[in-house]
Design a protein around this ligand. Structure first.
Ligand code: SF4
Length: 355
């Protein structure tokens, strides 16, 4: 619930509105996990709350800590669906990658989450709670975080198919009486849901946007990211242009391009990608993402020299390109790997792809 919803909720049970603000601060700023710990609330009120409400719905089923400090969580919703979250510590800030859906309805060919299909879209509370769980695990319940927290909606799911709960979660997290993680610290990554890109262009207080491209031609993108059949590159990039024109100073807008060895990483692909972006007069930078290798996958990461050659071609054509460092590879800290591995083990399926 937002702070206002909590105020109304406690008022409906005969308590003054400020009790709602107290609960909001206890849940989000102090990151408390039970009504019992909210000792500034009257004891009988806490008991009544505990009977009727819950402070958390996600359960951490497994937790993995990588050599580089990356922490990965597989959580379960109240209805037993997998949710994945990754905490990535960096020198000057922490980044938390959260999921917007359990599973995903899109069928990106290089992604293991796709194998799950859509299990359910998460609600706003389930998105916010992933952040609270990760921060409490890294720093202790209620402890002030030593660095700023950035968020990326790049876990399982297509965030723009969870648009309403996502926007609500972002508003709750931005509240100065709560986590106080403002939209300027959040990046939302979409596979290309064109109407929502256009809608976001008209929203004032919005997160940064990243578009996952993965291919420079419709033919290849249809195969790697079938959402392209619904919104082909021409439509997608026209929406991107509209979004780019709405950018305010300090806002970030990027393209993500996962490099798959021999599939989308040749010199010709690099030239096609640069020409495509230049043709649409898009100035956004391109993040080149090395694919996470896995035995079960027909895709392999591009060799380092290929990544560098690809980057050099983009740059020679005036496109700014950066290589993203993979984190937490030893704990499969890439989109969808954990949940799908678990589910696949549980049902004994043979997996064809991991991302
Ligand atoms: S890459 Fe993202 S959008 Fe595509 S299937 Fe996987 S989770 Fe869904």
């Amino acid at each position: 619930m937002s702070k206002q919803e909590l105020e109304l909720y406690v008022e409906a049970s005969g308590e003054p509105a400020y009790r709602g603000r107290q609960i909001f601060g206890a849940l989000h700023r102090r990151r408390l996990r039970s009504f019992d710990e909210m000792t500034d609330l009257p004891k009988d009120f806490r008991a009544r709350l505990a009977e009727r409400a819950t402070t958390s719905t996600l359960n951490v089923e497994s937790r993995y800590v990588a050599e580089d400090g990356t922490r990965r969580y597989l959580m379960k919703t109240h209805d037993n669906l997998p949710v994945e979250t990754v905490f990535i510590p960096e020198e000057r800030r922490d980044t938390i990658c959260f999921s917007s859906q359990s599973g995903c309805p899109l069928q990106c060919d290089f992604c293991l989450t796709a194998k799950l299909g859509l299990l359910r879209t998460l609600d706003a509370g389930e998105m916010v709670e992933q952040i609270i769980v990760a921060l409490n695990d890294a720093y202790g319940v209620g402890t002030r975080t030593p660095r700023g927290t950035n968020l990326v909606a790049m876990g399982a799911g297509e965030p723009f198919l969870a648009f309403e709960p996502l926007m609500k979660a972002l508003r709750i997290m931005a509240d100065p009486d709560g986590l106080h993680i403002v939209p300027n610290r959040v990046t939302v990554s979409t596979a290309g849901v064109v109407p929502k890109i256009i809608e976001l262009a008209s929203i004032a207080d919005r997160p940064h946007l990243a578009i996952s491209l993965a291919a420079p031609t419709d033919e290849l993108r249809d195969r790697l990211m079938p959402i392209n059949k619904r919104w082909p590159l021409k439509e997608l990039l026209a929406a991107c242009k509209e979004f780019e024109e709405s950018l305010k100073p300090g806002e970030r807008f990027t393209f993500e391009y996962v490099l798959l060895d021999g599939v989308n990483d040749t010199d010709e692909h690099a030239r096609q990608l640069a020409n495509l972006l230049n043709r649409h007069e898009l100035h956004a930078k391109v993040n080149l993402i090395p694919h996470n290798p896995a035995d079960e996958l027909p895709y392999r990461p591009s060799p380092e020299e290929r990544v560098e050659a690809f980057k050099a071609i983009l740059e020679s054509k005036g496109v700014r390109a950066f290589v993203r460092r993979p984190r937490g590879r030893d704990i499969y800290a890439a989109c969808g790997q954990l949940a799908a591995r678990r589910v696949s083990n549980a049902v004994g399926q043979t997996l064809h792809q991991l991302s």
